[in-house]
Design a protein around this ligand. Sequence first.
Ligand code: HEC
Ligand code: HEC
Length: 210
Amino acid sequence: MSMPQRVSSLILATVLCTTVGLVVITAAQEEDRASLSPAQARRAATLIMARCAVCHTTDLISQQRLPADRWTVTVEKMVHWGAELSKDDTALVLRYLIIRNHPGAPDDLPTIEQELAMSEPTPNQSVAASDGPLTGLPARGAGLYAHNCQACHGEGAAGGVGPTLARNLILKNEGAFWETVLHGRGPMPAWGAVLSHQDIADIHAWLATR
Ligand code: HEC
Ligand code: HEC
């Protein structure tokens, strides 16, 4: 007589715990939702384009509907496998995905690319080289290139998934270069929310030496 009772109270306890757990996660997600500004969301989407889409399509990411703990494990795994994200950027991308791609999210979310295209660029990033001419430092640009561009444009800028940039005529057309790098083009990610203008000027200076 006492066994079934114990089982049922165990079930009740489990149900209660699960319900409380769900409430806590939902409250945390609500808080996160409120605290991710449009600029942060834009930066997170850009980071995914720039650091995750190096290995697979963003659709593989966008199609997932995962609870927070599974996202944490997945993103940590990807960083371990080679996604180049600082601690802060990892936390930002993780928050973006937890908020956006949770188990209750609709099936027809816009793609990350569409979301990025719809969002407003942050004002100080929107105008190419409007700060006036910057002096690029090639030595610094080499490292920035290796970290951000080489996966697609190849070692020595000799080309890969992306076109050859060494001796590419676009280097002489600074307007087109800045436009492409800041805002992206087709499969080319936008870098305006990730790199500073000085960073881009440094990469340009290094590319010009190739
Ligand atoms: C160094 C290459 C690489 C990078 C960079 C990378 N991934 Fe992956 N990712 C993989 C591989 C390999 C798989 C397994 C693909 C498969 O199962 O077909 C994968 C699978 C996934 C999956 C499917 C679920 C799973 O666990 O298999 C998700 C979601 C995912 N990645 C998210 C991300 C996110 C978010 C980023 C950026 C923070 C990222 N990936 C960056 C290589 C990478
Ligand atoms: C995820 C892969 C990827 C990464 C990372 C990447 N690019 Fe690209 N890039 C491309 C692709 C693909 C194109 C061609 C776009 C097209 O077809 O319109 C391109 C085009 C370009 C072009 C225009 C070239 C031309 O001939 O018109 C420039 C300039 C460029 N990228 C610079 C950069 C710089 C600088 C970085 C690093 C800050 C970078 N890219 C990182 C994929 C990438």
